[in-house]
Design a protein around this ligand. Sequence first.
Ligand code: PEP
Ligand code: MG
Length: 542
Amino acid sequence: MSVQGTAAAGSGGIIIGVVQKLDAKQHIIPEYHIEDSQHTSEVQRFEAAVAQARLALEQELDALSQHGHGNNLRPILEAHDLMLADPELHSGTVQCIHEENMNVEWALKRCLASFTQAFAHMDDAYLQSRQADIMQVGSRILNQLSAVKPTIFQTTSIIISPDFSPADVVGLWREGVAGFVTAQGGKDSHAMIVARGVGLTGLAGAQALWAQAKDGDRLIVDAERHTWILNPTPEQEQDYQAAVEALQKEQKALQDFVKQTPITQAFNMSLFANVEFVEEVVLANQYGVDGIGLFRTEFLFMQSETLPDEDVQYAYYQGIVQGMRGKPVTFRLLDVGADKLAHARTIFGDYDGENPALGLRGVRMLLHKPELLKTQLRAILRCAHEGDISVLVPMVVSAAEMVAVRKVMLEVQHALKLDKSIDLGCMIEVPAAALIAHDLAKVSDFFSIGSNDLVQYTLAVDRADEHVDYLYDASHPAIYNLIQMAAKAAQQHNIPVTVCGELAASKAWTQAFVDMKINALSMASSSVLMIRKHLSDLHNKL
Ligand code: PEP
Ligand code: MG
């Protein structure tokens, strides 16, 4: 039966494909119905997998004893062993196999979901936190089931998972899948931002789809309107096939705007790309961008198990600068926000702020770890002779932070004997920064307005949480006022101002940005032609 629904966010594009589900650990969990005659063998597979998982656990415990450490880990592993032996886990899974003819992986997943739901509704915070242990125990069994194969994707696959990190999204794009859907995530979560960057069609915050979709189901994802249709009727598929073709035609027509920089020059406005991964540089050039307005350096750090040293960083940044062949590149210093925390243990070590969005992120972390800042600045500034580079400071709330970063930058320049002057810009992404924009303009060479965080912090709404997505709304008048305030201050102090959040790619805002005399808009490369065409339309109306 055909079912439809909406998602919190979409990255653009329309696709028709086949569902492939992954669990939170990126396992493929096959889901299919078995014959009655297969009940016994399926239960035997389950029991064998549990026995193997317990054996593996025993070996882990032995290894801990031999090395004489792991006192903190031991009780956790022992609790996992108890859960593996839990009669309810056994009976719940076996019941799904017998009564609903589910294959063992599916039956186990169903049983684990009912366990975690039961724990989630408990008042006791400790018991609530046991949900993670249940999932880990589930993974231990799934790892043993031979049906858990390495992930193989098809070009028609639409990959559905509870959540994806930005690096996962790039991985899927590299695999050449049709698209993806996550149960969690909001409009400006970094997974969505990266998907827009590479032009991969995806939806975030589609809980109902996650709950209902099964492997092999046909699925339409409309990431233009943030909707989906599971098991569409032939008529619905036909309609969407026509919509896919119309969109392709529209995108082909946009190719005319690859070289139309005179239009943007008429408005004295450059169109830059936001880039997270080196592969995006090729795309940025294909879309004819005027440069990179925001290179999010943290993605390099998040891809690596160890902290990238100066030479590793230099090689990476050099690749970006060379790839842009003389066009300007703005490197934003490391900004590990709340949604990237889980992937950044190499930077944060044991730091685990109660509220990471308000904790040690952006410039706060850099000033807290001056060696990290110095190393990154050295790696960036070593590229200065190979192109037109500038440096951008994230999460600034005071002029003192800009002054402190500039001091370190000048020291590094001196040590490198670099006499070229390098611009140091200030991100305006916290309301306080917009409110003191005059003070910040005195100590900055340019401003870059980060609307994603500006909306998050002004409206006190988590940009990655689908539950409050309805409140994450840039049309709130406070946002316009703060952006205008920052732009005016920049103009009074004669420094350029860029908008680099997702609003830069919103046609609803283009005229306002022209009126505010914004000097550059920096956005996902895949949006640049659309905005250039829009500017051309505005110009023709003059
Ligand atoms: C922003 O906050 O608008 C921004 C561009 O930075 P990020 O999305 O990486 O936080
Ligand atoms: Mg930001």
